[in-house]
Design a binder for this molecule. Structure first.
Ligand SMILES: Nc1ncnc2c1ncn2[C@@H]1O[C@H](COP(=O)(O)OP(=O)(O)OP(=O)(O)O)[C@@H](O)[C@H]1O
Length: 282
């Protein structure tokens, strides 16, 4: 195998078991199961990119709110590694995800109106045990890496769309010790800003091996281009006679040899078609 595509999977970073979520009496998603493991590539430090696609209203945002602990599941568990505990028999003990553990960026890239970029990033680090000087150095390093240094004292209303997106992503990156969830981060963006967000994904992934990005999109080509693991969420008409979202299919693009390519091949296009066919039936 080309060494560029070699990888090894190790410890579990996210385990979703029999997850169901209802609003009142209405079940929105049901029996969602998935397990994602940390992936190591020779000579690289890299997080993963996981895409969730599905037709409108199938429950992607609901699933994401559960993944970030913003809503409580009706049943089932979302487990993440508990880094406060010692490793037992080679395994990091797991804990249930709680609000604040995981970064969440909504499609509007919401920012604090009354904080400058620098103040907002300092606020993101409020739980960190680091000293003020260490926090300052960390923020300045990231601002420089993300091309935001000159805008550090500006307020959200003074920022361009691209600067807002990068600030919102950076805020969550600094406050989260786990994966980050991005609900439709490419929605309504022009080609330039799509490229900016794609670059930001890379910066997040490369900053630490645990920095996994989980995102949803209606752009299936983009999902296949970026993801190394992809889930299709939709209605399984053969199982539920009412409309309840569940995971219909998982594509492990690493195992399929389709992850980390510089350009789209005919195999990528075939996968796009297969995903769209599943979605049309869901
Ligand atoms: N707070 C809520 N209370 C009641 N029903 C809700 C609530 N939020 C979402 N829903 C319903 O849950 C279903 C799934 O919505 P959700 O936003 O999770 O779907 P989605 O797949 O993200 O859709 P889209 O792709 O259009 O953003 C919809 O029928 C929606 O009306």
């Amino acid at each position: 195998m080309n060494p560029k595509y070699e990888y090894e999977q190790k410890e579990t970073i996210l385990h979703v078991e029999h997850l169901s979520v209802a609003y009142g009496n209405k079940t929105i998603i049901q029996n969602i199961n998935l397990e994602e493991k940390n992936c190591y590539r020779p000579g690289k430090q890299q997080g993963q990119t996981i895409a969730v696609v599905g037709r409108s209203g199938r429950g992607k945002s609901t699933f994401f709110k559960a993944l970030t602990g913003l809503i409580t599941p009706t049943s089932g568990n979302i487990l993440i590694p508990d880094f406060s505990k010692e490793i037992v028999n080679g395994q990091q003990p797991a804990k249930k995800v709680a609000e604040g553990d995981v970064g969440f960026v909504d499609q509007k890239y919401t920012l604090f109106r009354h904080k400058t970029i620098y103040q907002a990033l300092m606020f993101s680090l409020r739980q960190s045990p680091e000293s003020k000087e260490q926090k300052h150095d960390k923020i300045m390093h990231h601002l420089q890496q993300w091309g935001l240094e000159s805008a550090k004292d500006q307020y959200p209303c003074e920022l361009s769309g691209g600067q807002r997106q990068r600030t919102a992503l950076l805020e969550q990156l600094l406050s989260s010790g786990y994966y980050m969830v991005l609900d439709e981060p490419f929605s309504g963006l022009d080609v330039g800003n799509i490229a900016n967000v794609k670059d930001a994904f890379k910066l997040i992934n490369d900053s630490h091996e645990l920095n996994t990005v989980i995102f949803s999109t209606h752009d299936i080509e983009l999902a296949v281009e970026l993801a190394d693991s992809l889930y299709v969420l939709g209605y399984d008409k053969s199982v539920h006679n009412n409309n309840v979202g569940t995971l219909l299919k998982h594509f492990d693009l690493k195992a399929l040899g389709l992850a980390w390519h510089d350009s789209f091949t005919s195999a990528h296009l075939d996968l796009v078609k297969e995903i769209k066919d599943i979605m049309l039936r869901s």
